[in-house]
Design a protein. Structure first.
Length: 340
């Protein structure tokens, strides 16, 4: 594979919707050789991690999935396989309720919940003190990542070298409005089918969560966030949740080199939001923007022919991380030489 590839969207996948759907409907890849581990959390719950082993001291990447994502999500497998191809370890954090069984406590996961990310990253950094680390998030996981980085500032594990966020819904309010329009409602329906089922199961164990008939009637993500996500996690309502959890107002506080990869034709975010992100990035040199015209939501498929697709996002994230690992190593080298 060439050292550097310039992204050119596949001509045979026209439009943001087809770019978005291609990976889920048509991509076939060998599952990464991961091992499932369950970690108990400080609040009496648990999180699952799918872990990819590597040599001692090899780089490791923590991965955060999107809304209702699983280890089977095409982008998750793509990132895991990219790490394996480079000889890196990787850890896919499965957010609470997205694994093989429901989580124990009342709470779910959401776009602004960062405590599990902080807990897992801290534990990984202690398990692998000699490994350079990076963290990548996709969609909702990208928003979680950016909010986490903004909260931490420079107070991060010393091994953490870089971050990358793909197809982030930087403004949750405008994203929830966008996904309720046109063909984008198809994605909303997919998400809602899963979220309603989980909420009904949880309401069976925690009757004060919400009435089952109200849950059954939910049709939009905004309604779900107004009834479930907001009140359950300490917000007044959906709009309060969106305001406090959106990463856009927090980007200026990020102190780690972070790649932001998004497409203007993302069907889950109004394009003007990306203009606002550009404005922030002009004031924060830690943000490395790659906003392309075409790529859909977590798509970014290139390649000259349908039988030879090239999945650019995972490649670009791998290249960015490799560059940051190399730069960090080069910065440390003079100090090592002087100590001899």
């Amino acid at each position: 594979m060439p050292r550097e590839i310039i992204y050119s969207p596949a001509w045979w996948i026209p439009g943001g919707h087809l770019q978005t759907l291609w990976g889920k409907l048509f991509r076939r890849q060998q599952p990464a050789s991961t091992v499932l581990e369950r970690w108990e959390t400080p609040d009496g719950d648990f999180v699952d991690l799918h872990r990819l082993s590597a040599a001692v001291g090899a780089p490791r990447v923590l991965l955060l999935h999107g809304l209702e994502g699983t280890v089977r999500s095409h982008y998750a497998q793509g990132l895991l396989n990219e790490a394996a191809r480079r000889g890196w370890g990787a850890d896919l954090l499965i957010f609470r309720s997205c694994g093989s069984e429901p989580n124990r406590t009342r709470r779910f996961y959401h776009s602004g919940e960062t405590t599990d990310t902080a807990y897992v990253l801290d534990r990984i950094s202690k398990q692998h003190p000699d490994s350079p680390l990076a963290i990548a998030g996709v969609s909702l996981g990208g928003n979680v990542l950016l909010k986490f980085l903004s909260e931490q500032g420079s107070d991060l594990p010393p091994q953490l070298r870089a971050a990358a966020a793909i197809s982030v819904p930087f403004d949750l309010s405008r994203s929830s409005t966008r996904i309720n329009r046109g063909f984008s409602r198809f994605y909303q329906k997919f998400f809602m089918n899963s979220l309603r089922q989980k909420a009904l199961e949880k309401a069976g164990r925690f009757p004060d969560l919400a009435p089952a008939d109200k849950i059954s009637r939910l049709r939009t993500l905004a309604d779900f966030d107004n009834l479930i996500t907001g009140p359950l996690h300490g917000f007044r309502d959906a709009q309060d949740y969106y305001q406090q959890s959106s990463s856009l107002p927090r980007l200026e506080h990020i102190r780690l080199n972070t790649l932001l990869l998004s497409a203007v034709d993302d069907p889950m975010l109004p394009p003007e939001v990306l203009d606002e992100v550009r404005d922030v990035a002009r004031r924060n040199p830690n943000l490395k923007l790659e906003f392309v015209k075409k790529g859909g939501h977590a798509g970014f498929i290139a390649g000259s022919w349908p039988w030879r697709p090239f999945y650019y996002a995972e490649y670009r994230v791998g290249e960015f991380f490799a560059e940051q690992f190399k730069n960090a190593s080069a910065r440390r080298q003079p100090a090592k030489q002087e100590s001899r």
